[in-house]
Design a binder for this molecule. Structure first.
Ligand SMILES: *[C@@H]1O[C@H](CO)[C@@H](O)[C@H](O)[C@H]1NC(C)=O
Ligand SMILES: *[C@@H]1O[C@H](CO)[C@@H](O)[C@H](O)[C@H]1NC(C)=O
Ligand SMILES: *[C@@H]1O[C@H](CO)[C@@H](O)[C@H](O)[C@H]1NC(C)=O
Ligand SMILES: *[C@@H]1O[C@H](CO)[C@@H](O)[C@H](O)[C@H]1NC(C)=O
Ligand SMILES: *[C@@H]1O[C@H](CO)[C@@H](O)[C@H](O)[C@H]1NC(C)=O
Ligand SMILES: *[C@@H]1O[C@H](CO)[C@@H](O)[C@H](O)[C@H]1NC(C)=O
Ligand SMILES: *[C@@H]1O[C@H](CO)[C@@H](O)[C@H](O)[C@H]1NC(C)=O
Ligand SMILES: *[C@@H]1O[C@H](CO)[C@@H](O)[C@H](O)[C@H]1NC(C)=O
Ligand SMILES: *[C@@H]1O[C@H](CO)[C@@H](O)[C@H](O)[C@H]1NC(C)=O
Length: 757
């Protein structure tokens, strides 16, 4: 292989020092072809140590030879080494075609922009789940969580390091913030969106590059993971309490890979993961992603997380907000923890009382004290006359007819005194506590329809709005968030996804400073904001992973993942099956293994651990080529070198099998191995909840353990019953190992897919 010698000095500069000092004159178009950012994968078998200077020269040698060293430097966007073998650079299609001829090239694909997984309806409002509170004040001690997001607001009190220890000596990261802004809580801060911003600068933002969070998202997620205790945290006086992350003793390393203008380019995400691996984080939290069905070798999060888990780093990602439809789940790779979202038991309630005595409970955030709730007022429908709304309450539509912020401001300007709204039909029974500029109540879609009926049924409709403020113990809870993306996985139907659900509706956490001059806003001296999305549930899980990691330093990422999944709750607080947004029981494509139970996850009894190589075998069974395998694993390996493990036999903490609907006496057997993590002797007995249409036999039916680390295998055989008696395409059940003496239940979902072929 040829290595170009002259470019090393400039290059090393890029490689080691972030290149913001350079000025760019990116031409945009070269020889009539558009420049785009490509992510380029190089052959991992090439004998170059990526920590070596040579490696950078080698990457550089793939750029067009016609470029002088300055031009080449400008084209290079990121050089990776820890996360993938390769780089990101600005190139034309023709230049990529030339590059393909060079020895050591494997593949290249254009950069793309991933989305933050906050709900598409902006600025939903909410609070923190008391149940999911920290297990101890210094929970997560000694653990470093890398947050790949929009950055944070470093001077927020949630990132105070009072009482924190110094980071562990394994920490190798750095801080790009101005002097003194990093501390023992916020131990690292890197900006990987700056390079992208400088390349793509448009009229809109004139390259105004900030290193801080310019969205609020990253401040919110980082606060949820490991925020320090802040008293009197509230929003407009509601959801008041002590805000604290799941693992307040953990350290945070921030990788800014998204911004307001540019979303989250995968080239930046890879740069962030590259640094996080090199820096020595224990957990990575990514509340972002693309859509379902992404091929792993084209998916920077799948590729980056494969390499991370091989190094013992746990990767937790949001499932996406494309629900409630099926086959919408993102971040599907089996080595990732895929987190869906659920509601909590708090609501910020306002009640609508109609002139006919009907009463509807809704939600709203702004509950002013000077509003006289006892007074009935005229109620007008959405076809109101704008000159005739003074001192009236306006019903402002529901679903797609919902009033937007501007319309509500317009109502205020014209003298309306209150507003009632329905929600989107697909929200079912779920509403959000939102910040409006006047007294209001957000009702469900159906209740909104009843308001319309009432207005139509009488000549003088009247209503009043009663504020009930923040209430607890709402039922049912937890319940599936309507927006949370659902399985089955498109990319790997043989593995159940999502894995788990956690709080993601109306979550209160740290935020950007904002100005609200109303008296209700004065009750908190710091900015906290309510947001909803799987973006909010993912950091709850990342924090809980830090708690487990801190107690069990030697557990592999897959053991921790199993501990979280096998101990999850499948019943809600009333002891009924967890429901979806329509308040009917939700299936495993919605809840995965269930709702996270942090206390139980600390003592799972048994774990389903997975050897990394089993995932290589899995990738091969998914029919990826050797070239693609090299891209995903970053290793010089071939499928033929690995023993064949069928997808159903990957030691995942769930079982998915396919059975032809019309076959008779069809049998399929699955193997699993559990590892004991409990000291002392224990005996586990079997409990089955059968999926419809099959009988299941398990051998053996009893598992005895006498020491930590002991492994026991069992087989599960599914036999189709002659008469299926159902026309559903899937049926669901559970397999549990129960140690009565330990009060431990190790439960995994079983999913049977009936194929029509
Ligand atoms: C543009 O194309 C010409 C002719 O194909 C080639 O000689 C030249 O090197 C190209 N320039 C760049 C910057 O690629
Ligand atoms: C740059 O951003 C900062 C913070 O967001 C803002 O205060 C400032 O006005 C911006 N400057 C320009 C030129 O847009
Ligand atoms: C919040 O709670 C604290 C502690 O209970 C209390 O002192 C404070 O007045 C409360 N603030 C609001 C706005 O309710
Ligand atoms: C209410 O009345 C309006 C106008 O009379 C009509 O267009 C609408 O369909 C009615 N809606 C319902 C739900 O009855
Ligand atoms: C709530 O909305 C009002 C009116 O749009 C706005 O002035 C205020 O800043 C917002 N407050 C918060 C906390 O978002
Ligand atoms: C906010 O800060 C001011 C000044 O430091 C203080 O007087 C006030 O009590 C604080 N309010 C709350 C709710 O903490
Ligand atoms: C892989 O290819 C084989 C042979 O074409 C096919 O039978 C199998 O279903 C494929 N597996 C997947 C997961 O697509
Ligand atoms: C565990 O069981 C083994 C034999 O099965 C026995 O020798 C040993 O004493 C037991 N240990 C404890 C702590 O009960
Ligand atoms: C497992 O332990 C139970 C209770 O200690 C005992 O009755 C049973 O025979 C043991 N089974 C095996 C296979 O060792």
């Amino acid at each position: 292989m040829e290595i170009k010698q002259n470019t090393s000095i400039v290059l090393f500069f890029i490689f080691c020092v972030f290149t913001s000092q350079l000025s760019y004159s990116d031409p945009g178009v070269v020889n009539g072809s558009q420049l785009r950012t490509y992510i380029v994968h190089l052959d991992p078998s090439t004998n170059i140590d990526y920590s070596d200077l040579e490696y950078g020269r080698w990457c550089m040698s793939f750029l067009p030879t016609t470029l002088d060293s300055t031009a080449a430097t400008e084209r290079m966007v990121h050089i990776y080494g820890d996360v993938i073998h390769g780089f990101a650079a600005r190139l034309t299609e023709e230049e990529i075609a030339d590059m393909e001829k060079k020895e050591g090239f494997i593949s290249a694909y254009p950069d793309k922009t991933l989305q933050l997984h906050t709900t598409h309806t902006p600025k939903f409002l909410g609070l923190m789940n008391a149940d999911a509170g920290p297990l101890m004040v210094d929970g997560g001690k000694g653990v470093i969580v890398g947050v790949l997001d929009t950055g944070v607001t470093p001077d927020h009190p949630s990132f105070s390091d009072d009482g924190m220890d110094s980071p562990p000596i394994t920490w190798k990261g750095s801080c790009d913030l101005p002097n003194g802004m990093c501390n023992k809580k916020l131990i690292g801060y890197r900006n990987f969106i700056e390079r992208y911003t400088k390349i793509h600068v448009t009229g809109d933002d004139d390259g105004n590059v900030t290193i801080f969070d310019d969205v609020g998202h990253g401040t919110h997620t980082a606060g949820t993971i490991a925020g320090a205790a802040v008293h009197n945290a509230n929003i407009l006086g509601e959801a008041n309490g002590t805000a604290m992350g799941m693992a307040p003793g953990a350290h945070l390393a921030i990788y800014r890979v998204c911004s307001q203008y540019y979303g989250c380019p995968s080239s930046s995400i890879l740069a962030g993961m590259n640094a996080a691996i090199k820096d020595g984080v224990d957990v990575m939290s990514l509340s972002l992603g693309s859509g379902p069905g992404e091929k792993y070798d084209m998916d920077s999060i799948a590729v980056g997380s494969f390499r991370a888990t091989q190094k013992g780093i746990f990767v937790s990602c949001s499932a996406g907000n494309e629900g409630p439809g099926y086959k919408t789940v993102a971040n599907e790779a089996p080595w990732i923890l895929t987190v869906g979202a659920s509601t909590t038991d708090r609501r910020i309630t306002s009640v609508v009382k109609l002139g006919n005595g009907q009463q509807f409970e809704g939600q709203t955030l702004y509950q002013p004290k000077n509003f006289d709730p006892e007074q009935m007022r005229p109620l007008v429908g959405s076809n109101y006359d704008v000159d005739d709304i003074v001192n009236k309450i306006v019903y402002c539509g529901s679903g797609i007819a919902l009033c937007q912020r501007e319309e509500i401001n317009y109502l205020v300007t014209n003298g309306a005194i209150g507003v009632i709204q329905g929600s989107y039909r697909e929200q079912g029974y779920q509403t959000f506590a939102r910040n409006h500029s006047l007294p209001s109540s957000d009702l469900t879609f159906n209740k909104g329809e009843e308001i319309i009926n009432y207005i139509n049924s009488t000549d003088n409709p009247t209503a009043k709005i009663l504020f009930k403020h923040t209430i607890f113990n709402a039922s049912p809870s937890p319940s599936m968030a309507f927006f949370s993306s659902r399985g089955p996985s498109v990319a790997n139907p043989g593995i159940m996804k999502p894995d788990i659900i956690g709080p993601g509706v109306d979550i209160l956490a740290s935020y950007l400073p904002f100005i609200d001059r109303r008296p209700e806003a004065e009750s908190s001296n710091h900015s906290f904001y309510i947001m909803s999305g799987t973006s909010m549930s993912c950091p709850h899980l990342s924090g809980i992973v830090a708690l487990i990691k801190s107690r069990h330093k030697d557990w592999s990422p897959f053991a921790i993942k199993s501990a979280i999944m096998t101990t999850a709750d499948i019943l809600d607080r009333d002891g009924k099956p967890i429901t979806n947004e329509m308040y009917v029981p939700a299936n495993q494509f919605a809840i995965g293994s269930g709702h996270v139970n942090a206390r139980k996850a600390m003592k799972p009894g048994l774990v389903y651990d997975v050897a990394s190589d089993d995932y290589i075998s899995f990738i091969c069974q998914m029919n990826y080529t050797d070239k693609q395998l090299m891209v995903i694993t970053g290793r010089n390996v071939k499928c033929s070198e690995f023993k064949k493990i069928s997808i159903k036999d990957v030691n995942y903490p769930s079982i998915s099998v396919e059975i032809p609907r019309n076959a008779h006496d069809y049998k399929v057997a699955v193997k699993r191995t559990v590892t004991n993590v409990n000291p002392g002797n224990s005996t586990y007995s079997l409990k089955l909840n059968l999926p419809k249409g099959v009988s299941v036999t398990v051998k053996p039916q009893l598992l005895n353990f006498s020491k930590i680390g002991q492994k026991k295998s069992f087989t599960v055989t599914f036999v189709k019953k002659k008469h299926l008696g159902t026309n559903s395409h899937y049926s669901h059940g559970y397999l549990s190992w129960i140690a009565n003496k330990l009060d431990t239940v190790v439960r995994i979902p079983m999913i049977v897919k009936y194929n029509d072929q």
